[in-house]
Design a protein around this ligand. Structure first.
Ligand SMILES: C[S@@+](CC[C@H](N)C(=O)[O-])C[C@H]1O[C@@H](n2cnc3c(N)ncnc32)[C@H](O)[C@@H]1O
Length: 386
């Protein structure tokens, strides 16, 4: 057993999750997350593996989990994160197939810990609050406690709603219409509905779009079960299908894959949607099309650097396109890097005041480095005087 598996085995009693990402070959799943789960009162470990935009689940005993990790995971993923109650450690795969520990961090305080009182005050959606849809979605237990393995999700959606609430500060409105692109299991979509419709008592209409028939049907059934009249889910490929043609106040995306984010931003810009809250996910487009050709070639030498540069460039170009079209843009750290490396939120509000210049620079970079970036293709450059 290598060092990584020894550390994983030692971490099991306090494990929150272990994440294996960046597979070395196309045969492996794109990511695997291991978490403790309780099944009929017994401790098991669930492996959630991702392939072709679908998630697959399998449950193991402790011994089975370690055999699975040894046979299927060790040496096949470049990056590994082991998060325990007490802290987390990161590992990188070395050329000889072993892992090097590259970082560790102390844990954040958790509900029930010594600083539970202070943390509770920070959350808009409090543990113990009667939100039955969160029970159906598996985030809350039946007595409205956060399910341990869903704590990161609970934290994410709270943070998202907190940023939305800040973005709407000072707006006096009694109704709102929202589209959620790539809603998936729709934790966020349900919570936004709960926040606006139940907490703020606003007339709320939300449509969640997703490619996956089973999740759309499940979310639709939960929404109907709770009589959430203004909340619906539609099966749609947001890059191709016809989407809502009515007035929309806000577009949200939370980890919508790759260019689905660009299509959401383009929808918002091209229809003058006032508010955008977008947390991008994997960003393959520039990474797979960029070629050397300019003074920044040094950033394209190593895969891992190139991937990060491409992701940051993608979001910078998105901001430039939005600013060119009269949006005021904030780039916000959405969640601690420890919880998700996909942790930038693009928050944009249409003010009509253009910030020119960025878009031209983005196009110049595209021409020099030959990459493709969908938002540049989907939104025309503003021709009005800047
Ligand atoms: C990582 S999940 C995030 C789900 C959810 N927003 C959340 O944060 O829990 C990404 C979702 O985007 C959906 N998706 C990806 N591309 C899409 C597309 N072109 N049209 C609609 N949905 C898409 C996937 O099916 C998946 O459910």
């Amino acid at each position: 057993m290598g060092r990584l598996l020894q550390d994983l085995s030692a971490a099991l009693p306090r494990l929150q999750k272990a994440v294996f990402s960046q597979p070395i070959d196309k045969l492996s799943d794109s990511k695997v997350i291991l978490r403790p789960v309780s099944i009929k009162g017994e401790l098991r470990y669930q492996a959630e593996s991702f392939r072709d935009n679908k998630a697959y689940h399998k449950n193991y005993s402790e011994a089975e989990l370690l055999s699975y990790a040894e046979a299927q995971l060790e040496g096949r993923y470049r990056q590994v994160l082991i998060a325990e109650n007490t802290g987390s450690s990161q590992y990188n795969l070395k050329q000889n197939g072993s892992y090097k520990k590259t970082g560790s961090a102390a844990a954040l305080p958790r509900p029930g810990g010594s600083s539970a009182h202070n943390r509770e005050k920070e959350y808009i959606l409090k543990e113990g609050e009667n939100i039955p849809a969160l029970v159906d979605l598996g985030v809350f237990t039946k007595d409205f406690k956060v399910v341990r393995s869903k704590y990161d999700k609970y934290k994410q959606i709270n943070r998202f709603v907190e940023l939305v609430a800040q973005g709407f500060a000072g707006e006096d409105r009694d109704e709102i219409s929202i589209l959620d692109f790539g809603c998936g299991k729709s934790y966020l979509t349900f919570i936004l509905y709960y926040y606006f419709a139940e907490k703020l008592k606003m007339k709320t209409r939300i449509i969640g779009y997703d490619l996956k028939k089973d999740v759309v049907e499940n979310c639709e059934a939960i929404a109907r079960n709770y009589g959430y009249e203004g909340l619906s889910f539609q099966l749609a490929d947001v890059t191709k299908d016809k989407l809502a043609d009515t007035h929309i106040d806000m577009v949200v995306t939370l980890h919508a894959c790759d260019v689905a984010t660009d299509y959401a931003l383009a929808y918002a810009v091209n229809r003058g949607v006032k508010h955008i809250f977008s947390v991008p996910c994997c960003q393959h487009e520039i990474n797979s099309s960029i070629r050397k050709g300019g003074e920044l070639d040094i950033l394209l030498e190593y895969g891992i650097i190139k991937e990060r540069v491409a992701a940051l460039l993608t979001d910078s170009i998105r901001a430039a396109v939005l600013e060119d079209k009269g949006y005021n843009v904030d780039m916000i750290e959405f969640i601690d890097f420890e919880h998700s490396p996909k942790n930038i939120m693009i928050r944009a509000r249409h003010t009509g005041k253009r910030r020119a210049g960025g878009r031209e620079k983005a196009e110049a970079l595209r021409d020099t480095y030959g990459f493709k970036q969908s938002l540049l293709d989907l939104v025309e450059r503003d021709k009005s005087p800047g």
